[in-house]
Design a protein around this ligand. Structure first.
Ligand code: AMP
Length: 306
């Protein structure tokens, strides 16, 4: 199955307790599709960059099998730029700069070669743009996955509600789930979010893993305890990319398959945080992923006899 991703392709400047970077490759769609390429899943991006975006990065995505026909290049425009600084616990961060640049007037166009994608992942972007992409698919994809953040809850509530209503799976972090639902309990929050549209609600809890809610059932997966966490940027996007790519590989959208997909997303994200930006994600092989998923199994499987 094919995966179509809409989201930012960006420059990021990141500061963590371990160091800082100048402008490096980032963006939600970049992390998501790099995760897909590790698993050998056909993916394509709908996004926009400026004339300042390096051809070498576009070539790198292309070489990895990512369809970049849907990345518009505005020759005299500037690429979206985001800068963030992590606190010492690495679980929280401050956004220092967001320069929307070419994303401000983004009118997404879906290339004919991606119109048949069975899975659509609406990565973190303005919900009105996410909605436009969904509306411009000739046939509705079999599964629509939505990732969003508090920024859009504060600035584009009505648009966000409209796109959530059309979504099958939502991925959101714990703080955002509380803000979206007005409930502190994540169980109650998931119930309210179900009522907004999605049948499947995934709540990400950073270093504490993720929860999947569906039809009165709950499944939990931990995050792999890592000795070194270097830079959490893109962990959420990588998680979503790993999750969606596993569904694409299995061609199945049942609760059971989604449980396994959660472990793939977590394993993938555990690599991303080991180095700055997309560096680690660009290095890993499918066998490394398989080994790490097995680590997850060892971590979470146990027998009990009462
Ligand atoms: P994550 O750490 O998973 O939340 O994702 C980080 C990525 O999201 C970075 O590479 C940024 O370029 C991108 N990003 C941050 N803010 C926004 C925004 N408002 N719209 C689109 N992408 C963003």
């Amino acid at each position: 199955m094919k995966l179509l991703v809409v989201g930012s392709v960006a420059f990021d400047a990141i500061e963590t307790p371990f160091g800082k970077t100048d402008k490096i490759l980032g963006g939600a769609a970049t992390y998501i599709t790099l995760a897909s390429s590790v698993l050998g899943v056909d993916s394509g991006i709908v996004s926009i960059v400026g004339g300042d975006f390096p051809q070498s990065d576009l070539d790198m995505l292309s070489r990895r099998g990512v369809n970049i026909e849907g990345i518009e290049i505005v020759k005299d425009g500037k690429t979206f730029f985001w800068s963030g600084k992590y606190h010492n616990d690495l679980n929280s961060r401050d956004t220092l700069v967001t320069e929307v640049n070419v994303l401000e007037h983004f009118d997404p166009k879906i290339p004919a070669s991606m119109q048949d994608a069975e899975i659509l992942l609406l990565g973190n972007l303005h919900p009105a743009v996410q909605m436009t992409v969904l509306e411009r698919m000739t046939n509705r994809p079999q599964v629509v996955i939505l990732d969003t953040m508090n920024f859009w809850m504060d600035s584009a509530w009505d648009d966000l509600m409209r796109v959530i209503a059309k979504t099958d799976v939502i991925t959101i972090n714990d703080e955002e789930a509380r803000q979206l639902s007005g409930e502190y309990s994540l169980v109650k929050a998931a119930k309210k979010i179900h009522e907004m549209g999605p049948d499947f609600v995934i709540i990400k809890k950073g270093e504490h893993g993720a929860l999947l809610f569906h039809d009165g059932k709950i499944f939990a997966i931990p995050a792999l305890p890592l000795e070194e966490v270097f830079d959490p940027t893109g962990a959420g996007d990588t998680f979503a990319g790993g999750f969606a790519s596993y569904l694409a590989k299995k061609e199945d959208f049942s609760f059971e398959t989604m449980k396994s997909a959660l472990s793939v997303g977590s394993a993938m994200a555990s690599f991303t945080v080991e180095k700055f930006g997309t560096e680690r994600l660009q290095e890993i092989t499918e066998s490394e992923i398989v080994a790490r998923i097995n680590n997850f199994k060892d971590l979470t499987t146990f027998e009990v006899n009462v």
